[in-house]
Design a protein around this ligand. Sequence first.
Ligand SMILES: [Zn+2]
Length: 255
Amino acid sequence: MDTPSIDAGSRLLALKHELVAANRILAHQGVLDAFGHVSARHPERPGEFLISRSCAPELVEIDDIITMRLDGSISEGADAKPYLEVPIHAEIYRARPDVRAVVHSHAPAVIPFGIVTQPLRPVYHMAGFLAKGAPVFDIRACFGCTDMLVRRAEQGAALAQALGSSAIALMRGHGFVATSTSIPGVVYRAIYTERNATIQQQAIALGGPVTYLDEDEALQADDTNMGAIGKPWALWKRYADRLKALEKRATLDHF
Ligand SMILES: [Zn+2]
């Protein structure tokens, strides 16, 4: 393997720190709990991606980040135990060269839309990334009876095929995947997928027809929101940093 230049090395380190922050933010925002994961494509080697070893997202530290190849093998961090559902990430990176970050979540508010015929659609401007809809991947339709986890490359490839060019795909009876061109972008989309699902359920429960954003409105809103991604990212990161500092202080006080 080539030794990275100083610039490439510092870019990689910055990305790893961003990925640690993403894990903690998504945990604090209720999008990930003990389960679920977030990854980022390697900045220099597009056939590899960075992801935590199998670890609850809120507990992820910089040393937990490993580098994996698209075939599911480990490139850096050989002794680590990876997440069972790594093929979700590998196969989306393989199918979608534009994608640079992926989240897989089991957020409860999103689950209903994978098990009813009512599609998840953008109900407000913050979820403009749902412009192209949220296709549903049903693992049973392709692979029969399983434990519902995307464990194998061909299962990940089928999920990536269902995702198509959308930003989000739902997984029947399981969760969803979110994609973006950056870590802040995918964190934003995962958070607002969960919020859109909650609001859509509230709107449906009120009764009567629901007015959704049309595709053009949603696309324009997404452009605006992605252009301003630095603002929510700075806030979410501040919360995550504060909580981490409190954790450290509590540990020191304990001793
Ligand atoms: Zn899962």
